[in-house]
Design a protein around this ligand. Structure first.
Ligand code: NAP
Length: 487
Protein backbone atom coordinates (compact mmCIF):
# COMPACT_ATOMS: atom_id res chain seq x y z
CA UNK A 1 0.00 0.00 0.00
CA UNK A 2 1.08 3.44 -0.93
CA UNK A 3 2.34 5.33 2.17
CA UNK A 4 1.57 8.68 0.52
CA UNK A 5 -2.06 7.69 0.04
CA UNK A 6 -2.30 6.54 3.67
CA UNK A 7 -0.93 9.89 4.79
CA UNK A 8 -3.32 11.81 2.57
CA UNK A 9 -6.32 9.95 3.98
CA UNK A 10 -5.19 10.48 7.59
CA UNK A 11 -4.34 14.15 6.97
CA UNK A 12 -7.88 14.77 5.70
CA UNK A 13 -9.41 13.86 9.08
CA UNK A 14 -10.38 16.79 11.33
CA UNK A 15 -8.71 15.94 14.63
CA UNK A 16 -10.43 18.34 17.03
CA UNK A 17 -13.63 18.02 19.02
CA UNK A 18 -16.82 18.68 17.06
CA UNK A 19 -19.09 20.86 19.16
CA UNK A 20 -21.97 23.06 18.00
CA UNK A 21 -20.99 22.61 14.36
CA UNK A 22 -17.39 23.77 14.89
CA UNK A 23 -14.07 21.94 15.16
CA UNK A 24 -12.03 23.04 18.11
CA UNK A 25 -9.27 21.97 20.49
CA UNK A 26 -10.13 20.55 23.90
CA UNK A 27 -10.23 22.84 26.94
CA UNK A 28 -6.66 21.96 27.95
CA UNK A 29 -5.27 21.70 24.41
CA UNK A 30 -4.11 18.14 25.16
CA UNK A 31 -4.04 15.49 22.44
CA UNK A 32 -3.50 11.73 22.30
CA UNK A 33 -2.06 9.29 19.78
CA UNK A 34 -4.07 7.02 17.52
CA UNK A 35 -2.10 3.84 16.79
CA UNK A 36 -1.96 1.48 13.84
CA UNK A 37 -2.30 -1.96 15.50
CA UNK A 38 -0.37 -3.63 12.69
CA UNK A 39 2.77 -1.66 13.62
CA UNK A 40 2.11 -0.26 17.09
CA UNK A 41 3.09 3.16 15.72
CA UNK A 42 1.14 6.41 16.03
CA UNK A 43 -0.62 7.55 12.87
CA UNK A 44 -1.84 10.92 14.18
CA UNK A 45 -3.05 12.71 17.28
CA UNK A 46 -6.58 13.85 18.18
CA UNK A 47 -7.97 16.20 20.81
CA UNK A 48 -8.20 14.79 24.33
CA UNK A 49 -11.54 16.12 25.57
CA UNK A 50 -12.27 17.07 29.17
CA UNK A 51 -15.42 17.07 31.32
CA UNK A 52 -15.87 20.77 30.46
CA UNK A 53 -15.77 19.89 26.75
CA UNK A 54 -18.42 17.21 27.24
CA UNK A 55 -20.65 19.70 29.01
CA UNK A 56 -20.12 22.18 26.17
CA UNK A 57 -21.16 19.42 23.75
CA UNK A 58 -24.32 18.77 25.77
CA UNK A 59 -25.00 22.54 25.84
CA UNK A 60 -24.83 22.53 22.04
CA UNK A 61 -27.09 19.47 21.79
CA UNK A 62 -29.66 21.02 24.14
CA UNK A 63 -29.59 24.34 22.29
CA UNK A 64 -30.36 22.57 19.01
CA UNK A 65 -32.94 20.09 20.35
CA UNK A 66 -36.24 22.00 20.03
CA UNK A 67 -35.62 23.29 16.53
CA UNK A 68 -34.31 19.91 15.37
CA UNK A 69 -37.36 18.09 16.76
CA UNK A 70 -39.55 20.48 14.79
CA UNK A 71 -37.87 19.88 11.40
CA UNK A 72 -39.82 18.03 8.76
CA UNK A 73 -39.25 14.26 8.95
CA UNK A 74 -38.56 14.29 5.22
CA UNK A 75 -35.75 16.83 5.73
CA UNK A 76 -34.17 14.67 8.43
CA UNK A 77 -34.47 11.67 6.15
CA UNK A 78 -32.87 13.54 3.25
CA UNK A 79 -29.83 14.41 5.38
CA UNK A 80 -29.39 10.74 6.22
CA UNK A 81 -29.86 9.77 2.60
CA UNK A 82 -27.24 12.30 1.45
CA UNK A 83 -24.82 11.03 4.09
CA UNK A 84 -25.42 7.47 2.85
CA UNK A 85 -24.52 8.63 -0.65
CA UNK A 86 -21.42 10.57 0.43
CA UNK A 87 -20.18 7.62 2.49
CA UNK A 88 -20.49 5.37 -0.53
CA UNK A 89 -18.81 7.95 -2.77
CA UNK A 90 -15.86 8.04 -0.34
CA UNK A 91 -15.93 4.40 0.68
CA UNK A 92 -12.35 3.70 -0.37
CA UNK A 93 -10.94 6.49 1.80
CA UNK A 94 -13.18 5.66 4.75
CA UNK A 95 -12.23 1.99 4.52
CA UNK A 96 -8.52 2.76 4.42
CA UNK A 97 -8.85 5.05 7.43
CA UNK A 98 -10.68 2.31 9.35
CA UNK A 99 -8.07 -0.29 8.45
CA UNK A 100 -5.29 2.02 9.63
CA UNK A 101 -6.83 2.71 13.04
CA UNK A 102 -8.47 -0.66 13.71
CA UNK A 103 -6.52 -3.22 11.69
CA UNK A 104 -9.26 -5.13 9.86
CA UNK A 105 -8.45 -6.10 6.26
CA UNK A 106 -9.42 -3.50 3.66
CA UNK A 107 -12.14 -5.68 2.10
CA UNK A 108 -13.80 -6.01 5.49
CA UNK A 109 -13.43 -2.29 6.19
CA UNK A 110 -15.08 -1.64 2.82
CA UNK A 111 -17.86 -4.00 3.89
CA UNK A 112 -18.31 -2.09 7.14
CA UNK A 113 -18.58 1.24 5.30
CA UNK A 114 -21.39 -0.25 3.19
CA UNK A 115 -23.04 -1.83 6.23
CA UNK A 116 -22.68 1.37 8.28
CA UNK A 117 -24.06 3.55 5.49
CA UNK A 118 -27.03 1.20 5.06
CA UNK A 119 -28.23 2.08 8.58
CA UNK A 120 -28.50 5.68 7.40
CA UNK A 121 -30.45 4.70 4.29
CA UNK A 122 -32.72 2.48 6.37
CA UNK A 123 -33.44 5.21 8.92
CA UNK A 124 -33.85 7.85 6.20
CA UNK A 125 -36.83 5.72 5.20
CA UNK A 126 -38.04 5.27 8.77
CA UNK A 127 -37.98 9.02 9.54
CA UNK A 128 -41.19 9.51 7.56
CA UNK A 129 -42.97 6.53 9.12
CA UNK A 130 -43.09 7.72 12.73
CA UNK A 131 -46.75 7.42 13.59
CA UNK A 132 -49.26 7.19 16.42
CA UNK A 133 -52.68 5.73 17.11
CA UNK A 134 -56.25 6.92 17.39
CA UNK A 135 -58.76 4.62 18.97
CA UNK A 136 -62.11 4.62 20.68
CA UNK A 137 -62.20 4.17 24.42
CA UNK A 138 -63.60 0.66 25.09
CA UNK A 139 -66.47 2.28 27.00
CA UNK A 140 -67.28 4.36 23.94
CA UNK A 141 -66.84 7.61 25.88
CA UNK A 142 -63.96 9.61 24.49
CA UNK A 143 -60.99 8.72 22.36
CA UNK A 144 -57.39 7.60 22.98
CA UNK A 145 -54.63 9.34 21.05
CA UNK A 146 -51.01 8.21 21.21
CA UNK A 147 -48.19 10.13 19.58
CA UNK A 148 -44.43 9.61 19.31
CA UNK A 149 -41.92 12.34 20.12
CA UNK A 150 -38.11 12.44 20.23
CA UNK A 151 -36.71 11.48 23.66
CA UNK A 152 -34.34 14.46 23.64
CA UNK A 153 -30.55 14.83 23.89
CA UNK A 154 -28.72 11.49 23.82
CA UNK A 155 -25.28 10.24 24.80
CA UNK A 156 -24.01 7.61 22.35
CA UNK A 157 -20.93 5.60 23.41
CA UNK A 158 -19.34 3.29 20.84
CA UNK A 159 -16.60 0.59 20.85
CA UNK A 160 -13.52 0.19 18.65
CA UNK A 161 -14.40 -3.04 16.85
CA UNK A 162 -16.81 -1.53 14.29
CA UNK A 163 -15.75 2.13 14.32
CA UNK A 164 -18.41 3.32 11.85
CA UNK A 165 -21.31 0.88 11.97
CA UNK A 166 -21.69 0.95 15.76
CA UNK A 167 -21.99 4.74 15.39
CA UNK A 168 -24.42 4.88 12.46
CA UNK A 169 -26.62 2.24 14.12
CA UNK A 170 -27.30 4.86 16.82
CA UNK A 171 -26.90 8.12 14.90
CA UNK A 172 -29.28 7.01 12.11
CA UNK A 173 -32.32 6.43 14.31
CA UNK A 174 -31.47 9.39 16.59
CA UNK A 175 -31.37 11.76 13.61
CA UNK A 176 -34.51 10.22 12.09
CA UNK A 177 -36.41 10.56 15.38
CA UNK A 178 -35.39 14.20 15.86
CA UNK A 179 -32.94 13.76 18.75
CA UNK A 180 -29.68 15.65 19.20
CA UNK A 181 -26.61 13.84 20.50
CA UNK A 182 -23.14 13.73 22.00
CA UNK A 183 -21.06 10.87 20.60
CA UNK A 184 -18.08 9.43 22.50
CA UNK A 185 -16.18 7.09 20.15
CA UNK A 186 -13.63 4.58 21.43
CA UNK A 187 -10.23 6.16 22.04
CA UNK A 188 -8.51 3.54 19.88
CA UNK A 189 -10.61 4.31 16.78
CA UNK A 190 -11.83 7.92 16.80
CA UNK A 191 -10.86 8.79 13.20
CA UNK A 192 -13.74 7.09 11.37
CA UNK A 193 -16.28 8.89 13.59
CA UNK A 194 -14.57 12.27 13.16
CA UNK A 195 -14.67 11.79 9.39
CA UNK A 196 -18.33 10.83 9.58
CA UNK A 197 -19.13 14.05 11.48
CA UNK A 198 -17.48 16.02 8.69
CA UNK A 199 -19.48 14.14 6.06
CA UNK A 200 -22.78 14.64 7.91
CA UNK A 201 -22.10 18.37 8.08
CA UNK A 202 -21.52 18.37 4.34
CA UNK A 203 -24.81 16.50 3.96
CA UNK A 204 -26.59 19.39 5.70
CA UNK A 205 -26.88 18.31 9.35
CA UNK A 206 -27.49 21.50 11.36
CA UNK A 207 -24.96 22.63 13.97
CA UNK A 208 -25.42 21.08 17.41
CA UNK A 209 -27.39 18.02 16.31
CA UNK A 210 -24.30 15.79 16.33
CA UNK A 211 -21.38 16.57 18.65
CA UNK A 212 -18.31 14.37 18.97
CA UNK A 213 -16.00 14.31 21.98
CA UNK A 214 -12.85 12.18 21.79
CA UNK A 215 -11.01 11.48 25.01
CA UNK A 216 -8.68 9.17 26.91
CA UNK A 217 -10.74 9.64 30.09
CA UNK A 218 -14.10 8.13 29.18
CA UNK A 219 -15.45 7.86 32.70
CA UNK A 220 -14.40 11.36 33.85
CA UNK A 221 -15.65 12.97 30.67
CA UNK A 222 -19.05 11.27 30.43
CA UNK A 223 -19.67 11.39 34.21
CA UNK A 224 -20.94 15.00 34.28
CA UNK A 225 -23.40 14.21 31.49
CA UNK A 226 -25.07 11.55 33.63
CA UNK A 227 -25.30 14.12 36.43
CA UNK A 228 -27.00 16.61 34.11
CA UNK A 229 -30.79 16.36 34.05
CA UNK A 230 -30.90 17.71 30.49
CA UNK A 231 -29.52 14.43 29.12
CA UNK A 232 -32.45 12.07 28.38
CA UNK A 233 -30.93 8.92 26.99
CA UNK A 234 -27.78 6.82 26.84
CA UNK A 235 -27.14 4.22 24.17
CA UNK A 236 -24.05 2.13 24.79
CA UNK A 237 -22.27 -0.55 22.79
CA UNK A 238 -19.40 -2.19 24.60
CA UNK A 239 -18.51 -4.63 27.34
CA UNK A 240 -20.99 -5.91 29.91
CA UNK A 241 -19.08 -4.66 33.01
CA UNK A 242 -18.99 -1.08 31.66
CA UNK A 243 -22.65 -1.39 30.58
CA UNK A 244 -23.61 -2.27 34.16
CA UNK A 245 -21.70 0.70 35.50
CA UNK A 246 -23.42 3.06 33.05
CA UNK A 247 -26.82 1.63 34.04
CA UNK A 248 -26.11 2.68 37.61
CA UNK A 249 -25.14 6.15 36.47
CA UNK A 250 -28.22 6.35 34.25
CA UNK A 251 -30.44 5.69 37.24
CA UNK A 252 -29.65 9.11 38.70
CA UNK A 253 -31.97 10.90 36.26
CA UNK A 254 -33.77 7.74 35.05
CA UNK A 255 -32.45 7.94 31.50
CA UNK A 256 -33.84 5.90 28.67
CA UNK A 257 -31.18 3.20 28.20
CA UNK A 258 -30.13 0.94 25.31
CA UNK A 259 -27.39 -1.61 25.99
CA UNK A 260 -25.63 -3.62 23.27
CA UNK A 261 -23.16 -5.65 25.29
CA UNK A 262 -20.89 -8.67 25.15
CA UNK A 263 -21.67 -12.08 23.68
CA UNK A 264 -20.58 -15.71 23.90
CA UNK A 265 -22.20 -17.15 20.79
CA UNK A 266 -22.67 -20.93 20.59
CA UNK A 267 -22.45 -22.46 17.11
CA UNK A 268 -24.41 -25.72 17.02
CA UNK A 269 -23.80 -28.28 14.29
CA UNK A 270 -26.16 -31.27 14.30
CA UNK A 271 -25.41 -34.60 12.64
CA UNK A 272 -27.97 -33.88 9.91
CA UNK A 273 -26.39 -30.51 8.97
CA UNK A 274 -24.97 -29.75 5.54
CA UNK A 275 -21.34 -29.99 6.69
CA UNK A 276 -19.94 -28.00 3.75
CA UNK A 277 -22.21 -25.08 4.64
CA UNK A 278 -21.49 -25.46 8.37
CA UNK A 279 -17.73 -25.24 7.77
CA UNK A 280 -17.94 -22.37 5.25
CA UNK A 281 -20.26 -20.33 7.47
CA UNK A 282 -18.10 -21.10 10.52
CA UNK A 283 -15.24 -19.27 8.84
CA UNK A 284 -17.45 -16.16 8.54
CA UNK A 285 -18.98 -16.48 12.02
CA UNK A 286 -15.54 -16.91 13.61
CA UNK A 287 -13.16 -14.88 11.47
CA UNK A 288 -15.17 -11.80 10.49
CA UNK A 289 -13.46 -8.81 12.06
CA UNK A 290 -10.53 -11.01 13.19
CA UNK A 291 -12.90 -12.62 15.67
CA UNK A 292 -13.30 -9.25 17.43
CA UNK A 293 -17.05 -9.13 17.12
CA UNK A 294 -19.81 -9.40 19.71
CA UNK A 295 -21.57 -11.86 17.38
CA UNK A 296 -18.44 -13.94 16.71
CA UNK A 297 -18.99 -17.68 17.18
CA UNK A 298 -17.25 -18.19 20.52
CA UNK A 299 -17.66 -21.95 20.95
CA UNK A 300 -18.51 -24.68 18.48
CA UNK A 301 -20.75 -27.46 19.81
CA UNK A 302 -20.69 -30.22 17.20
CA UNK A 303 -22.41 -33.62 17.20
CA UNK A 304 -19.90 -36.31 18.10
CA UNK A 305 -20.46 -38.18 14.81
CA UNK A 306 -19.20 -35.24 12.71
CA UNK A 307 -17.03 -33.28 15.18
CA UNK A 308 -13.64 -34.64 14.06
CA UNK A 309 -14.35 -33.97 10.40
CA UNK A 310 -15.77 -30.52 11.15
CA UNK A 311 -12.75 -29.56 13.28
CA UNK A 312 -10.23 -30.83 10.72
CA UNK A 313 -11.92 -29.04 7.83
CA UNK A 314 -12.23 -25.82 9.84
CA UNK A 315 -8.55 -26.08 10.82
CA UNK A 316 -7.58 -26.54 7.20
CA UNK A 317 -9.50 -23.39 6.20
CA UNK A 318 -8.34 -21.20 9.09
CA UNK A 319 -4.77 -22.46 8.79
CA UNK A 320 -4.60 -21.31 5.17
CA UNK A 321 -5.83 -17.76 5.83
CA UNK A 322 -3.33 -15.01 5.12
CA UNK A 323 -2.35 -13.00 8.19
CA UNK A 324 -0.89 -9.53 7.81
CA UNK A 325 -1.38 -5.79 7.68
CA UNK A 326 -4.93 -5.12 6.51
CA UNK A 327 -3.75 -2.88 3.68
CA UNK A 328 -1.76 -5.65 1.97
CA UNK A 329 -3.35 -7.50 -0.95
CA UNK A 330 -4.92 -10.85 -0.10
CA UNK A 331 -4.71 -10.40 3.68
CA UNK A 332 -7.71 -12.00 5.42
CA UNK A 333 -6.67 -11.69 9.07
CA UNK A 334 -5.39 -8.42 10.49
CA UNK A 335 -3.85 -7.70 13.90
CA UNK A 336 -5.75 -7.67 17.19
CA UNK A 337 -6.48 -4.22 18.55
CA UNK A 338 -3.65 -4.07 21.09
CA UNK A 339 -1.11 -6.02 23.13
CA UNK A 340 -3.56 -6.50 26.01
CA UNK A 341 -6.16 -8.12 23.77
CA UNK A 342 -3.56 -10.40 22.20
CA UNK A 343 -2.25 -11.43 25.61
CA UNK A 344 -5.80 -12.24 26.71
CA UNK A 345 -6.37 -14.44 23.64
CA UNK A 346 -3.04 -16.23 24.20
CA UNK A 347 -3.93 -16.80 27.86
CA UNK A 348 -7.30 -18.35 26.95
CA UNK A 349 -5.59 -20.71 24.51
CA UNK A 350 -2.93 -21.66 27.09
CA UNK A 351 -5.64 -22.30 29.68
CA UNK A 352 -7.56 -24.61 27.29
CA UNK A 353 -4.40 -26.47 26.23
CA UNK A 354 -3.34 -26.81 29.89
CA UNK A 355 -6.72 -28.48 30.50
CA UNK A 356 -6.23 -31.01 27.69
CA UNK A 357 -7.19 -29.26 24.43
CA UNK A 358 -5.37 -30.20 21.23
CA UNK A 359 -4.15 -27.46 18.85
CA UNK A 360 -5.18 -28.36 15.28
CA UNK A 361 -3.80 -25.14 13.83
CA UNK A 362 -2.36 -21.86 15.14
CA UNK A 363 -2.02 -21.38 18.87
CA UNK A 364 0.68 -18.73 18.71
CA UNK A 365 1.32 -15.09 18.03
CA UNK A 366 2.64 -14.08 14.63
CA UNK A 367 5.63 -11.78 14.04
CA UNK A 368 7.22 -9.35 16.47
CA UNK A 369 5.67 -6.15 15.16
CA UNK A 370 1.99 -5.32 15.68
CA UNK A 371 -0.49 -7.54 17.52
CA UNK A 372 -1.00 -10.54 15.25
CA UNK A 373 -2.31 -13.90 16.42
CA UNK A 374 -2.63 -16.98 14.22
CA UNK A 375 -6.09 -18.35 13.36
CA UNK A 376 -6.49 -21.22 15.80
CA UNK A 377 -8.65 -24.32 16.05
CA UNK A 378 -8.73 -26.36 19.27
CA UNK A 379 -10.42 -29.72 19.85
CA UNK A 380 -10.89 -31.83 22.97
CA UNK A 381 -12.03 -28.86 25.06
CA UNK A 382 -12.67 -29.68 28.71
CA UNK A 383 -15.81 -28.40 30.46
CA UNK A 384 -13.79 -26.09 32.70
CA UNK A 385 -11.87 -24.33 29.91
CA UNK A 386 -12.21 -20.58 30.50
CA UNK A 387 -12.84 -19.80 26.82
CA UNK A 388 -16.20 -21.54 27.00
CA UNK A 389 -17.36 -18.90 29.48
CA UNK A 390 -15.56 -15.75 28.35
CA UNK A 391 -15.76 -13.75 25.17
CA UNK A 392 -12.56 -14.68 23.27
CA UNK A 393 -12.55 -11.65 20.93
CA UNK A 394 -9.89 -13.18 18.70
CA UNK A 395 -9.36 -15.77 15.94
CA UNK A 396 -9.73 -18.87 18.12
CA UNK A 397 -12.28 -21.65 17.48
CA UNK A 398 -12.77 -24.23 20.26
CA UNK A 399 -14.65 -27.33 19.06
CA UNK A 400 -16.57 -29.34 21.66
CA UNK A 401 -18.76 -32.39 21.11
CA UNK A 402 -22.33 -33.24 22.16
CA UNK A 403 -24.36 -36.43 21.93
CA UNK A 404 -28.00 -35.30 21.85
CA UNK A 405 -30.26 -32.30 21.20
CA UNK A 406 -31.04 -31.63 24.87
CA UNK A 407 -27.35 -31.65 25.73
CA UNK A 408 -26.62 -29.20 22.87
CA UNK A 409 -29.33 -26.79 24.03
CA UNK A 410 -28.20 -26.98 27.65
CA UNK A 411 -24.61 -26.29 26.64
CA UNK A 412 -25.66 -23.40 24.39
CA UNK A 413 -27.68 -21.75 27.16
CA UNK A 414 -24.99 -22.26 29.80
CA UNK A 415 -23.83 -18.64 29.71
CA UNK A 416 -24.76 -15.35 31.32
CA UNK A 417 -24.72 -13.85 27.81
CA UNK A 418 -27.56 -14.16 25.26
CA UNK A 419 -26.74 -12.21 22.13
CA UNK A 420 -26.76 -14.66 19.22
CA UNK A 421 -26.57 -18.39 18.46
CA UNK A 422 -25.95 -20.25 15.21
CA UNK A 423 -27.77 -23.47 14.39
CA UNK A 424 -26.92 -25.87 11.56
CA UNK A 425 -29.41 -28.64 10.82
CA UNK A 426 -31.43 -29.76 7.83
CA UNK A 427 -34.33 -31.04 9.96
CA UNK A 428 -37.09 -28.39 9.92
CA UNK A 429 -38.77 -29.55 13.10
CA UNK A 430 -35.49 -29.69 14.99
CA UNK A 431 -34.49 -26.23 13.78
CA UNK A 432 -37.69 -24.68 15.15
CA UNK A 433 -37.48 -26.62 18.43
CA UNK A 434 -33.91 -25.53 19.00
CA UNK A 435 -34.49 -21.91 17.94
CA UNK A 436 -37.37 -21.67 20.42
CA UNK A 437 -35.29 -23.12 23.26
CA UNK A 438 -32.24 -20.90 22.83
CA UNK A 439 -31.88 -18.02 25.31
CA UNK A 440 -30.62 -15.42 22.83
CA UNK A 441 -31.81 -12.30 21.04
CA UNK A 442 -30.84 -13.49 17.54
CA UNK A 443 -30.29 -16.78 15.73
CA UNK A 444 -28.42 -17.55 12.52
CA UNK A 445 -30.24 -20.57 11.09
CA UNK A 446 -27.90 -22.32 8.66
CA UNK A 447 -26.15 -18.94 8.37
CA UNK A 448 -23.02 -17.56 10.00
CA UNK A 449 -23.97 -13.89 9.68
CA UNK A 450 -27.00 -12.14 11.18
CA UNK A 451 -26.10 -8.44 10.98
CA UNK A 452 -28.51 -6.56 8.73
CA UNK A 453 -29.70 -2.94 9.05
CA UNK A 454 -33.25 -4.05 8.22
CA UNK A 455 -33.31 -6.46 11.19
CA UNK A 456 -33.63 -5.86 14.92
CA UNK A 457 -30.15 -6.43 16.38
CA UNK A 458 -29.86 -7.03 20.10
CA UNK A 459 -29.55 -9.46 22.96
CA UNK A 460 -31.13 -10.81 26.12
CA UNK A 461 -29.63 -11.73 29.53
CA UNK A 462 -26.30 -9.94 30.15
CA UNK A 463 -25.93 -9.11 26.46
CA UNK A 464 -28.22 -6.17 27.13
CA UNK A 465 -31.55 -4.86 25.89
CA UNK A 466 -32.95 -2.56 23.26
CA UNK A 467 -32.79 -3.11 19.52
CA UNK A 468 -30.73 -1.44 16.81
CA UNK A 469 -31.87 -1.49 13.18
CA UNK A 470 -35.10 -2.90 11.79
CA UNK A 471 -38.56 -1.57 12.53
CA UNK A 472 -37.87 -1.31 16.27
CA UNK A 473 -34.59 0.61 16.03
CA UNK A 474 -36.20 4.04 15.92
CA UNK A 475 -38.42 3.30 18.96
CA UNK A 476 -35.34 3.53 21.17
CA UNK A 477 -35.26 7.26 20.37
CA UNK A 478 -38.99 7.99 20.67
CA UNK A 479 -41.24 8.56 23.68
CA UNK A 480 -44.93 7.78 23.64
CA UNK A 481 -47.37 10.46 24.70
CA UNK A 482 -50.94 9.38 25.33
CA UNK A 483 -53.77 11.89 25.22
CA UNK A 484 -57.18 11.19 26.75
CA UNK A 485 -59.62 12.96 24.43
CA UNK A 486 -63.07 14.10 25.43
CA UNK A 487 -65.17 14.76 22.37
P1 NAP B 1 -15.59 -1.14 26.44
O1 NAP B 1 -14.27 -1.20 27.09
O2 NAP B 1 -16.79 -1.40 27.26
O3 NAP B 1 -15.68 0.30 25.76
C1 NAP B 1 -16.74 0.70 24.94
C2 NAP B 1 -16.84 2.21 24.96
O4 NAP B 1 -17.14 2.65 26.28
C3 NAP B 1 -15.56 2.94 24.56
O5 NAP B 1 -15.90 4.11 23.87
C4 NAP B 1 -14.95 3.25 25.90
O6 NAP B 1 -14.06 4.34 25.89
C5 NAP B 1 -16.19 3.61 26.70
N1 NAP B 1 -16.02 3.48 28.13
C6 NAP B 1 -15.21 2.61 28.81
N2 NAP B 1 -15.35 2.80 30.13
C7 NAP B 1 -16.26 3.79 30.29
C8 NAP B 1 -16.83 4.45 31.44
N3 NAP B 1 -16.50 4.09 32.68
N4 NAP B 1 -17.73 5.43 31.23
C9 NAP B 1 -18.08 5.80 29.99
N5 NAP B 1 -17.57 5.23 28.87
C10 NAP B 1 -16.69 4.22 29.02
O7 NAP B 1 -15.69 -2.16 25.22
P2 NAP B 1 -14.67 -2.36 24.02
O8 NAP B 1 -13.53 -3.16 24.50
O9 NAP B 1 -14.40 -1.06 23.34
O10 NAP B 1 -15.59 -3.20 23.02
C11 NAP B 1 -15.67 -4.57 23.05
C12 NAP B 1 -16.96 -5.00 23.72
O11 NAP B 1 -18.07 -4.45 23.03
C13 NAP B 1 -17.14 -6.50 23.66
O12 NAP B 1 -17.61 -6.98 24.89
C14 NAP B 1 -18.20 -6.67 22.58
O13 NAP B 1 -18.95 -7.86 22.68
C15 NAP B 1 -19.03 -5.46 22.78
N6 NAP B 1 -19.81 -5.17 21.57
C16 NAP B 1 -21.16 -5.39 21.60
C17 NAP B 1 -21.91 -5.16 20.48
C18 NAP B 1 -23.39 -5.41 20.48
O14 NAP B 1 -24.07 -4.90 19.60
N7 NAP B 1 -23.95 -6.16 21.43
C19 NAP B 1 -21.30 -4.67 19.32
C20 NAP B 1 -19.93 -4.46 19.32
C21 NAP B 1 -19.20 -4.70 20.48
P3 NAP B 1 -12.46 4.07 25.76
O15 NAP B 1 -12.26 3.67 24.36
O16 NAP B 1 -11.85 5.35 26.09
O17 NAP B 1 -12.13 2.99 26.74
Amino acid sequence: MDAAREKKVVDAVPTGLFIGGKWRAGATGATFNVEDPSTGEAICTVADGTPADATAALDAACAAQAEWAATAPRDRGEILRRTFQLMNDRADDLALLMTLEMGKPLAEARGEVTYGAEFLRWFSEEAVRIDGRWSTNPSGAGRLLTMKQPVGPCLLITPWNFPIAMGTRKIGPAVAAGCTMVVKPAQQTPLSMLMLAEIMTEAGLPAGVLNVVTTTKASDVTGPLFDDARLRKVSFTGSTPIGKKLMEQASKHLLRVSMELGGNAPYLVFADADLDAAVDQAVIAKMRNIGESCVAANRFHVHESVADEFAERLAQKLGSMKVGRGTEPGVEVGPLIDATQRAKVAELVEDAVGKGAKVLTGGEQVGDRGYFYAPTVLSGISDDATLLREEIFGPVAPVKTFAGEEEAITAANDSEFGLVAYVFTSDVKRSLRVVEALEVGMVGLNRGLVSNPAAEFGGVKESGFGREGGREGIDEYLSTKYVAVDL
